[in-house]
Design a protein around this ligand. Structure first.
Ligand code: PXG
Length: 290
C-alpha cells in the first residue's frame, strides 16, 4: 500500500506522523471520505470543494491548489492500482508544540490513503438495518459547525458507542433541540406518501455529498423532495427510511427505536434510488486511468 504524505508517495510503513501533530494532539484538522467506482472518483469536485470550505472555516492554509489536491487523489489511486475503493484525504494543522495555538504549526500536513471499506455487513444492505436514537446530541452549529468535516469526531463516536451497546450498527442522532439530525456518519432520509424528506442543513448536519446526489436523483425521477424539520414521530410513521454516505452508500433502515418502518423491509423508493445511485457511479467524476 502506497500512501501520499506531504509531497511524497511512500510505503505504508513509512507513512507516519509526528506525536506533535495537532491532528493527533487536538483533532485539529479536516478530512474527506471519497469513493472510486468503475475507474472514476465519484463526486470528486464536490469533495475537494467541501475540503477547502472546511479549511476556510477553521483558518487552515492547505498550501496546495484544488487542482493539485485532485491530482494527489488520482495519483494515490494509480500508485495502488485501484479503480474502485475508498479514499481518505486529510489535512492536519501539522506539527506544533504542546499548546493549542495553531500559529505554532507552520505547515499543514496532507495525507491521502486509498484502500477499501465496508461500513456495515453485506447482509444489512439486503435486509435493511435496525437503529436506535441515542442520548448523545449532534454538536451545535454555534460550536464546531457540523458542516466542517473536522478530525474531531468524538461526539459521533460516543453516539456510535451507545448504538453498539444497544446492539445496533448505527445511531439516530438528534440535534440539541431534539429534532432529527443524522446518523454518526450518514445522512437520514424518509419517504412519506411518495415525498422524499430529509432534515435541512440548518438542523446542524453535515451537508453530505451522497445526500445531495440522492436528492438530485429523486428530482430526476419526478419525486417531490423536501428539506424539513423532522421529529422522531415523523421517522416512526414514515413509509420508508434510509441512510446515505460515501462510506455507507444507500442503506435501508427498517426499524427505529423498535418501531417497524413501513413493511419492515427496504422500500420501493429506497431500492429505486439505490439503483439510480449505482448507475450514477458509472459515469460521474474524473477517470483514474485513461
Ligand atoms: N454525516 C456525517 C456526520 C458524516 O461524517 C455523512 C453525513 C455523509 O456525507 P457524504 O458526503 O459522505 O455523503 C458523513 C460522512 C466512516 C466514515 O468511516 C463516515 C463518513 C465519511 C467517511 C468515513 O464511518 N461520513
Amino acid at each position: 500500500m502506497i500512501i501520499y504524505l506531504d509531497g511524497k508517495y511512500v510505503p505504508k510503513e513509512q507513512a507516519v506522523v509526528s506525536v506533535f501533530d495537532h491532528g493527533l494532539l487536538y483533532g485539529d484538522g479536516i478530512f474527506e471520505g471519497i469513493r472510486a467506482y468503475h475507474n472514476r472518483v465519484f463526486k470528486m469536485e464536490e469533495h475537494i470543494d467541501r475540503l477547502y470550505e472546511s479549511a476556510k472555516t477553521i483558518m487552515l492554509e492547505i498550501g496546495m491548489s484544488k487542482e493539485e489536491m485532485t491530482e494527489v487523489v488520482l495519483e494515490t489511486l494509480r500508485k495502488n492500482d485501484l479503480r474502485e475503493g475508498y479514499i481518505r484525504l486529510l489535512v492536519t494543522r501539522g506539527v506544533g508544540d504542546l499548546g493549542l495555538d495553531p500559529r505554532r504549526c507552520p505547515k499543514a500536513s496532507v495525507i491521502c490513503i486509498a484502500a477499501n471499506i465496508q461500513l456495515y455487513p453485506e447482509e444489512l444492505y439486503q435486509k435493511g438495518m435496525e437503529i436506535n436514537t441515542v442520548a448523545t446530541r449532534r454538536n451545535i452549529a454555534e460550536g464546531v459547525n457540523p458542516r466542517v468535516k473536522s478530525l474531531n469526531y468524538m461526539n459521533n463516536i460516543l453516539a456510535k458507542i451507545e448504538a453498539v451497546r444497544m446492539g445496533c450498527p448505527e445511531a439516530l442522532m438528534l440535534n440539541n433541540e431534539g429534532y432529527v439530525a443524522e446518523a454518526t456518519g450518514d445522512n437520514v432520509f424518509l419517504v412519506k406518501k411518495g415525498v422524499l424528506l430529509t432534515p435541512p442543513i440548518s438542523a446542524g448536519i453535515l451537508e453530505g455529498i451522497t445526500r445531495n446526489a440522492v436528492m438530485e436523483l429523486a428530482r430526476e425521477r419526478g419525486m417531490e423532495v423536501k428539506e424539513l424539520t423532522l421529529t422522531r414521530h415523523d421517522v416512526y410513521n414514515a413509509d420508508e427510511c434510509f441512510l446515505t454516505g460515501s462510506a455507507a452508500e444507500v442503506i435501508a433502515v427498517v426499524s427505529v427505536d423498535g418501531r417497524v418502518i413501513g413493511e419492515g423491509v427496504p422500500g420501493e423508493k429506497t431500492k429505486m434510488l439505490n439503483a439510480d445511485f449505482r448507475e450514477l457511479t458509472k459515469s460521474d467524476g474524473p477517470e483514474i486511468f485513461r
